[in-house]
Design a protein around this ligand. Structure first.
Ligand code: S3P
Length: 418
């Protein structure tokens, strides 16, 4: 249990950990490439450690030292690997695609949360390329069998970077051309990194086309994660002023800024630059009066992991906010529609669950109280922000799950300037 006290003014400059999505990809893709690569500012969260462990089992050489990871790749993975993906959906879904055309057998399994998440969303499109993948009633464990893949044109019904990436990674070893089309564009780190590694890949709006390619290692400097920064950005908006440094602002990830625009939060992007094929900036956020907002399906992919926090911010806004088209939240590390609504209500707010989102009646404040993390890192960190900004503070039960994406979260919170 973690006691969290309200803080009158929250002000400071923060260096946040490396981006989770980019770290996963840098380790995984370099692990299947020809050559050696150095990844710096990598996230050493539990999910990325799961990817490191799996890549080792597949034969790659991975050396971790602080936030630097050295990877020596193996273009042909070892047969018969039993891959423990821990809590990480990205590890399991992307690896299933990466292994599918490598003519090996593998088993991918995970913890109880990961074992309850849908895996047919990857096995089904991969089967259209000729892959043989068995799930356990649509869930993990997932078994991959050796098959020769044929390129195909795949239309996804959900906007998911994990599913898109699984298909593209399988497409690397499929004969001919593989295309994947998404209903709304999701994060494009896979497309960017595969391009940098020499893959034959083309992007045309929501369609990505890839041809059989071998990967060459590439060094990656990982930007700080906007999803981790978002908690500190929110505290700036609620309680003072924060500067988050070197944050990735890839346009497929900046939905939190779209939400800030609608809420009326004052922010500035400073020191914009490009680092390793990804845009970065320092993000300055200042205390702001917020108004109610409406968000719908087209807004969701670029802010999917920030939606619990955005819903919490709506409690501090004036009026009734409505977030829809976010059914995907039901199949994250927890059912985030349910757990976010329970969190906000436990803090004295008013949040009603919809099948695909929330209605939040903003009262410009939260009172405080005791909240659960539901063993979901994003809910734990959203809870901490809510308690800091609340009138009375309270406790978070099982806060340790922050280590999935942000092991130093509570230490960083204490780093604010008094
Ligand atoms: C991720 C994609 C998103 C996101 C997850 C990371 C990725 O999941 O929620 O935290 O790195 O590709 P979906 O693809 O299921 O939307």
């Amino acid at each position: 249990m973690q006691r969290v006290q309200p803080i009158e003014r929250f002000e400071g400059e923060f260096e946040l950990p490396g981006d989770k999505s980019i770290t996963h990809r840098a380790v995984m893709f370099n692990g299947g490439a020809e050559g050696e690569a150095v990844i710096t500012n990598a996230l050493m969260g539990e999910d990325c450690i799961s990817t490191c462990r799996c890549m080792r089992q597949l034969g790659a050489q991975i050396d971790m030292d602080g936030t630097t990871i050295k990877v020596k790749g193996v273009p042909q993975f070892l047969n018969g690997a039993q891959l423990d993906c821990g809590n990480s959906g990205t590890t399991m879904r992307l690896l299933t695609g990466f292994i599918a055309g490598k003519r090996i057998e593998a088993k991918l399994y995970g913890d109880s949360s990961l074992s309850s998440r849908p895996m047919q969303r990857v096995s089904q499109p991969l089967s259209l390329l000729g892959a043989e993948i068995k799930t356990t009633d649509g869930h993990a464990p997932v078994y991959v069998y050796p098959k020769t893949l044929q390129g195909a044109d795949i239309r996804l019904t959900i906007a998911s970077a994990q599913v898109k990436s699984a298909v593209l990674l399988a497409g690397l070893s499929a004969d001919g051309e593989t295309s994947v089309v998404e209903p709304v564009k999701s994060r494009d780190h896979t497309e960017r990194m595969l391009t940098a590694m020499g893959a034959d890949i083309k992007v045309n709006e929501n369609r990505v086309t890839i041809k059989k390619s071998a990967l060459k290692s590439v060094d990656v400097r990982v930007p700080s994660d906007i999803s981790s920064a978002s908690y500190f950005m929110a505290l700036g908006a609620l309680k003072g002023k924060t500067l988050c440094k070197n944050v990735g602002i890839n346009p497929t990830r900046t939905g939190i800024l779209t939400a800030f625009d609608k809420l009326g939060v004052t922010y500035t992007l400073l020191n914009k630059r490009i680092s390793g094929g990804e845009e970065t900036a320092d993000i300055l956020v200042e205390k702001s009066y917020m108004q109610a907002i409406t968000l719908s399906e087209k807004d969701v992919p670029s802010m999917v992991d920030e939606l619990p926090l955005i819903a919490l911010l709506c409690s501090f806004a004036d009026g009734e906010s409505r977030i829809t088209g976010a059914k995907e939240l039901r199949v994250k590390e927890s059912d985030r529609i349910k757990t976010t609504a329970e969190l906000i209500n436990a803090l004295g707010g008013e949040c009603e669950e919809l099948e695909d989102g929330f209605v939040i009646r903003g009262k410009n404040k939260l009172i405080g109280g005791n909240v659960q993390s539901y063993l979901d890192h994003r809910i734990a960190m959203t809870g901490a922000v809510g308690l800091i900004a609340s009138e009375r503070g309270g406790n978070i039960y099982n806060p340790e799950c922050c280590a999935i994406s942000f092991p130093t979260f509570f230490e960083k919170l204490r780093q604010k300037n008094d």
